[in-house]
Each structure stands twice: as structure tokens, then as C-alpha cells.
Design a protein around this ligand. Structure first.
Ligand SMILES: *[C@@H]1O[C@H](CO)[C@@H](O)[C@H](O)[C@H]1NC(C)=O
Ligand SMILES: *[C@@H]1O[C@H](CO)[C@@H](O)[C@H](O)[C@H]1NC(C)=O
Ligand SMILES: *[C@@H]1O[C@H](CO)[C@@H](O)[C@H](O)[C@H]1NC(C)=O
Ligand SMILES: *[C@@H]1O[C@H](CO)[C@@H](O)[C@H](O)[C@H]1NC(C)=O
Ligand SMILES: *[C@@H]1O[C@H](CO)[C@@H](O)[C@H](O)[C@H]1NC(C)=O
Ligand SMILES: CC(=O)N[C@H]1CO[C@H](CO)[C@@H](O)[C@@H]1O
Length: 436
């Protein structure tokens, strides 16, 4: 009967319920395989609370003890051994000794020991890792405002992290690479990341964000953003409301100015002086409006803008067209017409030249004209080159006269006219050549 109970207890102890049975039983199994302390490594964030648990699978009334990394006893069974308000008893039994440490600091990190006072004493080590929470980052190196062309270094610093935090830089949400520097300060780290930039006008208003990532922050990194402010000299351009301003029309010029600080107001002038007609030339903000164009309005219009970094000007040459002169032809049509006229003329001349060439080869003029005209590239040159041909002296003279008349003839302003004239001129030349 006794033997049976004995076996029963052995089985029970192997099943892990030994401690409970041992408490109610008078039977002792000293030094059994179940009698050793079990602990586990813990990780806690600075300022938090951690439970340090030590368990014994089977215990015969032997005491348990927790001690800190400097070997000071914290709790012996349920008895507090060290005066430290942060350390409290959570649970003390023969099977377990759990204590809690609150308001954890980095100096609490280290190896804690749970001892079971058997003979000999059995111990178990538990490493307490304390995570240092990084401080909110700070960006330095901002000059507000920066001047275009300045070389600036933005530095983001965060101290107090353990292990060292990671810093990422973003330029308007796009990651950019910084230069990292990590220094150990006491038990924690100070991390720095620097960005060196030569600022230009495109950096004005750009947001630079420093993001600090750390295991203690989980997926909520600390972020701080600074918006660059870059000052630069003005740049102005003039945009116009229409390409071919005509008399009587409403016309608008805009002085598109950029600069920081914004150069205002813009100043308009005409031909180096003030605007001549304030009745019709209205300046509103950056716009100059001429209510009804007049031929006398043509000239050079200038707009100028300044800020403390400089001045920029732009000019617009206004030519007021006469609506009657522009007529029904658009300039493009006139140009095409001209080109067609010239091509037709060249073809015509080539055909004539060919005809003449063939005629000459079987005609009587052959010996006289052959010297100069045969090598000539075209009929015109042929006439000029032809030497000693008395028959053609008269025609040559006529040709030169016609040529001279063409040059002297004044060119009309109308483009369409010009082309018609050009066509006529070429036609006259062609007729002359044909005469020979
Ligand atoms: C510590 O243990 C006690 C009791 O089991 C529990 O209430 C408390 O939440 C634990 N604390 C931590 C930080 O795990
Ligand atoms: C176990 O400890 C209790 C008090 O903590 C004591 O009364 C009891 O006699 C002890 N038993 C043995 C077997 O040492
Ligand atoms: C506990 O931490 C110590 C020191 O960091 C390490 O050597 C050991 O392997 C860890 N034990 C466990 C069970 O993780
Ligand atoms: C970090 O260390 C470097 C060299 O070790 C030193 O020059 C620098 O001043 C240190 N920075 C900080 C913030 O301690
Ligand atoms: C243009 O201005 C002149 C002189 O100021 C004026 O005589 C003329 O009538 C104006 N022409 C038109 C189309 O307004
Ligand atoms: C630059 C230019 O075209 N100037 C002309 C403006 O109009 C006056 C009068 O119509 C002319 O005399 C200028 O030559």
C-alpha cells in the first residue's frame, strides 16, 4: 500500500504537479530532478514595470530568493531585503517567487539571479534588458531665411536611445541620405544625422523631415519637420495677350515676377521713360493694360522688379499693326504663296533653258555661244557669260536695266503684296531670258 502511494507521487511529480502535492504531503523527495529554479530573460522599456518570475517545478519547502546584478538580495521568500520602493512582491509560494520592479531606469539593466537554497544552492540567471527611449529629435542648422547659394548643414539629433536609434531624412516625403554619427553617452546613445545642401530657389518651401525609429517606439517614429525658406533675387518675364496686336485692340502685358521676398510692386516704363498715356495705359498689380491700341503705342515696354537681393527687368517690343494692311491673307498663306511662286518660276526657267540648249545644239548659234554659256549653271548666267555675241548685246543691256528697276522699286510693307511683287519680278526676268 505504502509502495503504491510512493509510485503514485513519483508519477505525479513527473507530470509537473509535484509542488501542489508536496505541500499537502509529508513525503519528501530531496534533490529530485524537478527541484531547480526556472527564470527567463526580460526586456522592458525605460520608465516601465517588469515582473521577474522564478518558478520551481517541485519544492520541498526550500526558500527562493531574487538578487540584483550587484548581488544585493531583493526578496528572500516573501521578505523584502532591500529598501527600494520600486521593488514589490507580486507572489511568493513554494513554487514561485515573483517580484515587480517599476519605474525602470537604464541602470537596472543586468543579470538578476534567482536562488533555490537546496544543498548545494541552485541558481538561475535572468537578464533584464532596458530599452532607452530616444528623446524627441531636434533639427539644427537652419538659417531662416537662407540665401540662394548658401551651403547649409541640417543636423537632426536624438539622445537617450538604447540601443542606438535610426535616423531617416525625408525631403518632401522622399527619403534622402544623411551622414550618421553615433556616440555613446553613459548607457545610452546620442545619434546624429547631417544633411549638407547648397540651397537654391527650388528649395524654397521644401519640407525636411527627420524621423527617429526605435524598437521602443514600435511603429510610431518620432518626427520633426522644418520648412526651408530661401531668399533669392527677382527674375521677371513679360507675357503678352496676343501675337499680332492691331490698332484699336485691347492689349495686356503681364510682368511675371519671381523672387523671395516677392518683388512688389513691378515698375512699367516705355522707351526709358514714364508711360506716356495714363488714360489708356492702366497698371494694375503686375499687369499693364492698353485699352485701345494706337500706332503711336509701339516701342519698348520694360517691367522691373526688385527685392533687397537685386533687380530684374524684362522688355517687350510692341509693334502695333495696321488692321487694313494685314488684310485677308495671314502671313503664313503669303509665305506659302511666295514659295510656290519661286518653285514654279524655277521649273519654268529650267524647261526653257533645256529647250534652248537642245535648239542650240542643232542651230547656227552653236559656235558663237558655246564659249561661256554651256558651262553656265543657269540661263541667266548663260546670257552674262556669253562673250562676243553682238546679237545679244541689246538683250543683255535690257536685262540689267530690268534688274536695276527691280532693286530700286520700293518694297511695300504688306507681305502678301511683297510676294505678288516677287512673283511678278521673277516673271519679268523669265520673259527676258525667254527672249534670247
Ligand atoms: C505583473 O504580475 C501581476 C500579477 O500577475 C500583473 O497584474 C501585472 O500586470 C504584471 N505586470 C507586468 C508588467 O507584467
Ligand atoms: C515548511 O514551512 C512551514 C512554514 O513556512 C513550516 O511550518 C513547515 O514545518 C515546513 N515543513 C518542512 C517539511 O520543513
Ligand atoms: C539571456 O540573456 C543572456 C545575456 O544576454 C544570454 O546570454 C542568454 O542566452 C539569454 N537566455 C535566453 C534563454 O534567452
Ligand atoms: C561624438 O564623438 C566624436 C568623436 O568621438 C566627437 O568629436 C563628437 O564631439 C562627439 N559628439 C557628441 C555629441 O558627443
Ligand atoms: C492715335 O493717336 C493719335 C494721336 O494721339 C490720334 O490722332 C489717333 O486718332 C489715334 N488713332 C486711333 C485709331 O485711336
Ligand atoms: C519701333 C517702331 O516701330 N517705331 C515706330 C512706331 O510708330 C511711329 C509712328 O507710327 C514710327 O515713326 C516709329 O518708327
Amino acid at each position: 500500500m505504502i509502495l503504491q502511494r510512493h509510485l503514485f507521487f513519483i508519477l505525479y511529480s513527473f507530470c509537473g504537479f509535484a509542488s501542489k502535492v508536496a505541500e499537502t504531503s509529508k513525503t519528501k523527495i530531496r534533490g529530485s530532478s524537478g527541484q531547480f529554479p526556472l527564470t527567463q530573460n526580460m526586456t522592458v522599456t525605460e520608465g516601465g514595470t517588469v515582473n521577474m518570475t522564478c518558478r520551481v517545478e517541485y519544492n520541498d519547502n526550500t526558500s527562493l530568493q531574487w538578487s540584483n546584478p550587484t548581488q544585493q538580495t531583493l526578496f528572500f521568500g516573501d521578505k523584502k531585503a532591500l529598501r527600494d520602493n520600486r521593488i514589490e512582491l507580486v507572489r511568493a509560494s513554494l513554487a514561485e517567487l515573483t517580484i515587480s520592479i517599476s519605474d525602470i531606469s537604464l541602470s537596472d539593466e543586468g543579470q538578476y539571479t534567482c536562488s533555490l537554497f537546496t544543498m548545494p544552492v541552485k541558481t538561475s540567471k535572468a537578464f533584464l534588458t532596458v530599452l532607452g527611449v530616444p528623446e524627441r529629435p531636434e533639427i539644427t542648422g537652419f538659417t531662416k531665411p537662407a540665401m540662394e547659394g548658401d551651403e547649409i548643414t541640417l543636423t537632426c539629433t536624438s539622445s537617450g536611445s538604447k540601443p542606438a536609434a535610426h535616423i531617416h531624412w525625408f525631403r518632401n516625403d522622399k527619403e534622402v541620405q544623411g551622414t550618421k554619427e553615433v556616440n555613446a553617452t553613459g548607457k545610452s546613445f546620442t545619434v546624429k544625422s547631417s544633411l549638407q545642401l547648397q540651397v537654391d530657389r527650388r528649395d524654397d518651401g521644401v519640407a525636411y523631415t527627420c524621423s527617429v525609429e526605435h524598437v521602443s517606439l514600435a511603429s510610431n517614429p518620432y518626427q520633426v519637420t522644418e520648412v526651408l525658406q530661401v531668399h533669392y533675387a527677382p527674375h521677371v518675364e513679360i507675357s503678352h495677350s496676343m501675337i499680332i496686336p492691331q490698332e484699336g485692340q485691347y492689349f495686356k502685358l503681364e510682368c511675371v515676377s519671381k523672387g523671395n521676398p516677392l518683388p512688389e510692386p513691378v515698375l512699367w516704363s516705355k522707351d526709358g521713360g514714364e508711360l506716356p498715356d495714363v488714360e489708356r495705359m492702366i497698371v494694375e498689380g503686375r499687369e499693364l493694360t492698353i485699352t485701345s491700341l494706337n500706332k503711336t503705342d509701339n516701342g519698348t515696354y520694360r517691367c522691373e522688379a526688385s527685392n533687397y537681393l537685386g533687380t530684374s527687368g524684362a522688355e517687350y517690343l510692341l509693334f502695333v499693326y495696321d488692321p487694313n494692311a494685314i488684310g485677308q491673307h495671314s502671313p503664313d498663306h503669303a509665305l506659302i504663296g511666295g514659295v510656290v511662286a519661286v518653285v514654279v518660276f524655277i521649273l519654268l526657267c529650267l524647261i526653257i533653258a533645256l529647250g534652248r540648249y537642245l535648239a542650240r545644239h542643232k542651230g547656227t548659234y552653236l559656235t558663237h555661244e558655246a564659249k561661256g554659256s554651256e558651262d553656265a549653271p543657269d540661263a541667266d548666267t548663260a546670257i552674262i557669260n556669253a562673250e562676243g555675241n553682238h546679237l545679244h548685246a541689246e538683250e543683255k543691256k535690257e536685262y540689267y536695266q530690268e534688274e536695276a528697276r527691280n532693286v530700286l522699286h520700293p518694297m511695300p510693307e504688306n507681305l502678301g503684296y511683297t510676294n505678288n511683287y516677287a512673283l511678278r519680278e521673277e516673271y519679268v526676268k523669265c520673259i527676258n531670258v525667254n527672249h534670247i
